[in-house]
Design a protein. Structure first.
Lengths: 217, 361
């Protein structure tokens, strides 16, 4: 506890740094996953390919990805871009399937009736299909955000900042309090972000909470 | 007006859904497409607003080839009511109804005011405006579907088996309200159903399709029942068509007979007497073997159906006669007051007169 009180400024800046590493890739990943998920639903082959590639990407160990990216992108080893790219890849890998599933679960009758009302395909996608996908996509987004928050710690091994630095530093200098604080803070961050997404998801989908759910069929 | 000219729809798998259809839908009435599944009735309907594009032939809406107009724009000008309503589950009832006005670029306030009006028109209470479709019953959802289709005041309304998913009682009241709505708004409605009774009840004209997308007969419902074009239509129209056809024959020329009535507490004569309330509305029948008994409201025999002379058909007159315990059908005026009796024999001779007149014409 004394260690914590004595290092509050450091803890604060590491936490902020951690969030700055973890969250932008989630947003970017979502933005990329939506059109990819839509595309995946166009053809059966497209769906198989996209979902398998996504699954494959997710199996690449994170440390390996952090090391592989610099030669691939021509970036320096400690370039922040590496973290963003790696985490975006994981987020996309997680979310493409979710988005594809969510979009294909929109009842065809609703899509048809939107078309018959005179929606152009793009407007219909934005106003009907995408909005009806929110509950499922948010569920996926929560997993992606938590996973991203946890993965940032791995970056500390090769020298990036964030709360992971408290693991490496605490280990090298033998300060158990620092390691424990790091673990607790990562957990707390994950819980807060998860809760925030859950809350936002509910705010944007008031229709999903009513007793009868999505219409009665 | 909607016109099909030599319209054929062949699907990629080779199935011919609609085969060389020529048909004109009259303005300001309900035209019903009816037939068994796979007869192309729904495909024909959906080609009107380009939910399906024809393989060959032309469909004209108000003289314009639908294939020459922008699909989305065309659809905004044609009301569409879909089976099970197809409401947007993520939008409130009010916003569901306001869909097309908003697509047409109305400002939000005007669109919502209009939507509120429409909700009233179709009999939805204002409290429902803020609810979501999932909170409504099937019948209520279908009303919202109708309101949504009418919101931008389109001249044409397409209805694709709109009432098939609701229970029979609700269906009947929705049908009655559609007829009322149509008489007030004068829309041109094309209505698809597989239910011949619904077709005959709602249609000013009924198009019967046969499997393979051929038009079997296109006529007024009375003609369909009295003179089916062939065995297929005869079969499809079903049992009792002679009796059901009486619905379309006016009972104007039907003579009314005397009807003995009594009020409660009065002394009855021998035989059957119709008991009426102080306003002359029928309550039931009293039967006295010998005469001289007192009419008691507790002791009435329930009456049969009533024959309303204000908008009567031979069918309601005959049914009144057949269902009455006394054998005398009770005729009532528009206010429900008993005005006379009808006998089954008179209905049959009136029918014979109508037939003679038709044969002579």
């Amino acid at each position: 506890m004394t260690w914590v009180l004595g290092n509050l400024p450091l803890i604060g800046s590491l936490t902020l740094e951690h969030l700055a590493f973890a969250l932008p890739p989630v947003v970017l990943g979502l933005v990329l996953a939506v059109p990819l998920g839509w595309l995946a639903n166009r053809t059966r082959v497209g769906r198989t390919v996209t979902i398998n590639v996504a699954g494959l990407l997710y199996t690449i160990p994170s440390l390996a990805l952090f090391v592989l990216i610099p030669p691939l992108l021509g970036t320096r080893i400690l370039d922040v871009a590496n973290v963003y790219v790696a985490l975006t890849v994981y987020t996309v890998a997680l979310l493409v399937r979710t988005v594809a599933d969510a979009l294909s679960a929109v009842p065809p009758i609703v899509v048809n009736s939107a078309t018959a009302m005179g929606y152009t395909p793009f407007r219909r996608f934005a106003a009907v299909e995408l909005q009806l996908s929110i509950p499922v996509v948010v569920a996926g987004l929560r997993v992606a955000a938590v996973s991203s928050i946890s993965l940032v710690t791995v970056g500390a091994v090769i020298g990036f900042g964030g709360l992971g630095k408290m693991f490496t530093d605490g280990f090298q200098r033998d300060i158990p309090a620092e390691i424990i604080t790091g673990i607790v803070l990562v957990l707390v961050l994950a819980v807060i972000v998860d809760g925030l997404l859950l809350f936002l998801g509910r705010v944007f989908t008031p229709w999903d909470r009513i007793g009868a759910g999505r219409g009665r069929r | 007006m909607i016109e099909f000219r030599g319209v054929t729809k062949r699907f990629p798998d080779g199935t011919v859904a609609v085969d060389d259809l020529d048909l004109q839908v009259r303005d300001g009435g309900i035209t019903v497409f009816v037939g068994p599944s796979g007869c192309g009735k729904t495909t024909s309907l959906r080609m009107v607003n380009r939910m399906i594009d024809p393989t060959s032939g032309t469909i004209l809406v108000n003289g314009t080839d639908v294939m020459k107009s922008d699909a989305a724009e065309l659809r905004r000008g044609i009301g569409y009511v879909i089976q099970q309503a197809g409401l947007f589950p993520h939008r409130t009832i009010l916003d569901n109804v306001a869909t097309v006005p908003l697509l047409l670029g109305w400002d939000r306030k005007k669109a919502r005011t209009r939507a509120a009006e429409l909700m009233e028109t179709v009999g939805l209470v204002p409290e429902m405006a803020g609810r979501y479709p999932g909170q409504l019953s099937g019948g209520q959802q279908q009303r919202v579907g109708v309101a949504r289709a009418l919101a931008a005041d389109p001249p044409v309304l397409l209805m694709d088996e709109p009432f098939s998913a609701v229970d029979p009682v609700v269906r009947e009241s929705l049908q009655d309200e559609l007829l009322k709505l149509q008489s007030e708004l004068g829309k041109t409605i094309v209505f698809v159903t597989h239910d011949i009774d619904e077709a005959v009840k709602l249609g000013d004209r009924v198009a019967v399709f046969r499997v393979g997308g051929k038009l079997a007969q296109y006529d007024e419902p009375g003609v369909l029942l009295s003179r089916p074009a062939d065995d297929f239509v005869d079969n499809f129209v079903g049992r009792d068509r002679g009796y059901r056809g009486l619905s379309f024959l006016s009972s104007e020329a039907l003579p009314l007979g005397e009807l003995r009535t009594a009020h409660c507490g009065e002394r009855a004569e021998e035989g059957w007497t119709l008991v009426v309330d102080p306003d002359d509305r029928p309550l039931g029948w009293h039967h006295d073997r010998a005469g001289g008994g007192t009419v008691d409201v507790e002791d009435l025999v329930p009456g049969g159906s009533l024959y309303d002379t204000a908008d009567g058909s031979l069918r309601s007159a005959l049914d009144a006669a057949l269902s009455s315990p006394s054998g005398q059908g009770v005729a009532v005026d528009g206010d429900g007051r008993a005005v006379g009796s009808v006998a089954a024999d008179d209905v049959l001779s009136a029918l014979a007169d109508v037939r003679r007149a038709e044969a002579a014409a």
